[in-house]
Design a binder for this molecule. Sequence first.
Ligand code: NAD
Length: 512
Amino acid sequence: TTDIAAILGRLAVAPINPAWSTGNISGPSEGGPLIACFSPVDGAHIAAVGEASAADYHAVVAKATEAFATWREVPAPRRGEIVRQFGEALRRHKDDLGALVSYEMGKSLQEGLGEVQEMIDICDFATGLSRQLYGLTIASERPGHRMYEQWHPLGVVGIISAFNFPVAVWSWNAAIAWVCGNVCVWKPSEKTPLSAAACQAIIAGVLARHGLPEGISCLVQGGRALGELLAGDPRIALVSATGSTRMGKAVAAAVAARLGKSILELGGNNAMIITAHADLDIALPAAVFGAVGTAGQRCTSTRRLIIHASVYDAFKARLVRAYGQLRIGNPLDEANHVGPLIDRAAVGSYLAAIAACEEQGGHFLVKGEVLSGEGYASGCYVRPCIAEVSPDMPIVQAETFAPILYLMKYEILDEAIRIQNEVPQGLSSAIMTLNLREAERFLSAGGSDCGIANVNIGTSGAEIGGAFGGEKETGGGRESGSDAWKAYMRRQTNTINYSDKLPLAQGIKFNL
Ligand code: NAD
């Protein structure tokens, strides 16, 4: 069993106190409303966390704005050193934070630890980046002139995150934003406030040790209303929002209305194409892990398999057999493959999608159900299921955040690519093939329209080194590696005249 009280203690999270706060500046109004935290693992009430009021929020943003004036003056490599030390602190707290994430969110312990590892990795990446915030030198058309561009911090970055990656997504944003010279205000998911509080306690410790303003990292706990405040607030230079497409459309409209900047990381509806030339021994675990890992609650979860007619029946039989071997239960027990959904509302969406699928003509090969009895007391454990469908069914076009896998058949590769692309979302995609022409076709301009396109690995998960994100209703934002940092900075073009003349551009003459 997990001694959650001891873990929270070691992480310096004191959740039971109604006047609860961490890092001082994230405190809710005393006696204000509380967010109750339940674990989907066993249904236990873990703690209550104070919700930030609008007044708390405004106080926090004022603190952040003040901290920015200090932080932007710290040389970038020094900022990188602070982020490096944050990574070191995460290494020390990895076991506890990983366990807390697993228990609060319901993902496997291995995945909880993996999330913390991702945080550590992005800190390493950001530390290196802090010495590489390069701008270009540009050849001026005017004699005695020099042109270059440089990158400056934006200011306060607002981070709205989803429940399914309670800590990693924040760190992707925060670590990069910090080395770029920004300060962050984080509004985590109201479904995973404790993991957020633990992260805030860790970074607050690092900042305090260096006598840096605590407003460099701020946390406000609450739900949609708080997110709306952030999106509409002109003091927030950049809003990076991860979550559903519904949320993203609301945030995009609010931020655009004030001409602010946004990074949107929204829903996916990810497909894997399995061709006649696929190595089915690779395709099978990739499909199963992609569909049932994290109980289908990853933005990159595999939701659709588009399978060539010649291997369809053989693959289907192997898939159904593999589903028969899945062990569903407590995700902290390594013997289990599939843990719970986040809450009973998510179970409701799963059941509604199954009903819609049947009504729209889908045929279930493995039937879904909600599990009950010993070990399933939270009511959040469901059986991963598989349905044969036609690609144009409305339910197949939508993202259901649960382990429901749709199977489709194709004859010609371009038809498979068309089916794959003909959904509103565009996050992750994969092709399983040993055929060079098929692989290259899939990766070409006429191939996958997604932000992520893989060959012979599944759709699920990504490394921090690449830019992460997707197209269309996935929102178009990019986070994490590559040059995603540029979205966290403003570009300034500088022209310097070191001559004793004032030549105008485009040869314009202005004689006085
Ligand atoms: P959600 O949209 O319900 O909530 C996400 C966050 O947005 C929460 O913090 C919530 O409080 C906040 N929010 C909700 N409505 C808002 C509004 N109108 N204005 C401002 N903030 C608002 O999503 P969820 O259920 O927590 O997460 C699941 C979704 O997130 C899935 O669609 C999944 O695909 C997506 N996701 C995407 C990525 C990605 O990188 N593309 C990563 C993880 C999750």
